[in-house]
Design a protein around this ligand. Structure first.
Ligand SMILES: NC(=O)c1ccc[n+]([C@@H]2O[C@H](COP(=O)([O-])OP(=O)(O)OC[C@H]3O[C@@H](n4cnc5c(N)ncnc54)[C@H](O)[C@@H]3O)[C@@H](O)[C@H]2O)c1
Length: 262
């Protein structure tokens, strides 16, 4: 196994969720020490419990939309680990799927606060430490919903599109300090967030139809997202910054017209 993250500290938000947990497992297997951040204490602890004993991991219960809490969290992580080499801004939430004309501003605000401001505040607070070190890698979890419409609701799509663009502006700000910033855009992956779709399909006996519109004709697995995060966060991606990479089985590669798959 590679040891690309040996003696590196990685801060993962949404570490209690499927993609955050799979990434924690992947990075721990490559030698990383981990600062695990989530709102949900139980799932966060479950992630910590399945990591190998060799991995120094600490849990931080934080609402990433809370400015003071984000600031305090980054300070505590620096105190405990001395540095943050990699930031994986991964926590996120979906919203209701109501159409335009029936939008709820309170929902929009919360989605923006979590999916956009949360990621921005972590980048903003981690930046001085990475700048002082003249290195660092940031990976933001956007979504195919930030590229195309049709998944996760209006506010969710808008928030992920904002995150894709914020990835580029941050990459421009940080480039001269040797800090790279990239985004991943996962397609459909089984997690708490997508549980309703999976439950529905399984109850109807049509699980095989999930992901069938992707060119690979299947949905993705959290470990397949984690391996891409590991690549972008590692020195193997040392000349990649300001990019967003769809990890979606080819879903956004095609026009995806109905009845055109055979
Ligand atoms: N699962 C998919 O199909 C899919 C597709 C594209 C993008 N994504 C994105 O991947 C990321 C991870 O989602 P997942 O699929 O692992 O879902 P998940 O629900 O398993 O994980 C999301 C995690 O984020 C945490 N979280 C939510 N709001 C938070 C807040 N305010 N503060 C702190 N933590 C908070 C949750 O507690 C949860 O543990 C999200 O940003 C999501 O939008 C997921």
């Amino acid at each position: 196994m590679m040891d690309r993250f040996k003696q590196k500290t990685v801060l993962i938000t949404g570490a209690g969720g499927a993609i955050g947990r799979a990434t924690a497992i992947r990075l721990a297997s490559e030698g990383a020490n981990l600062a695990l951040v989530d709102l949900d204490q139980l799932s966060l602890q479950q992630t910590k419990n399945i990591l190998p004993a060799s991995c120094l991991a600490k849990c931080y219960i934080v609402d990433i939309a809370d400015q003071a809490a984000v600031k305090a969290c980054v300070a505590e992580v620096i105190d405990a680990f001395g540095q943050i080499d990699v930031l994986f801004n991964n926590a996120g939430m979906v919203c209701d799927a109501s159409p335009m004309g029936e939008q709820n501003l309170a929902n929009w605000k919360r989605v923006m606060e979590v999916n956009v401001y949360g990621a921005m505040m972590f980048m903003d607070n981690v930046a001085p430490h990475m700048m002082a070190a003249n290195s660092g890698a940031i990976v933001n979890t956007a979504s195919v919903a930030g590229i195309r419409a049709g998944a996760g609701g209006n506010a969710y799509s808008a928030s992920k599109a904002a995150l894709i663009n914020m990835t580029k502006t941050a990459a421009c700000d940080f480039g001269k300090y040797g800090i790279r910033v990239n985004a991943i855009c996962p397609g459909l992956v089984e997690s708490n967030m997508t549980k309703p779709a999976f439950d529905y399909a399984r109850n109807k006996g049509i699980e095989n139809r999930l992901g069938e519109r992707c060119e690979l004709r299947r949905y993705g697995h959290a470990y397949e997202i984690a391996s891409v995060v590991a690549f972008l966060a590692s020195d193997d991606a040392s000349y990649i910054t300001g990019q967003s990479l769809a990890v979606d089985g080819g879903n956004t590669a095609s026009l995806n017209l109905p009845n055109m798959k055979y």
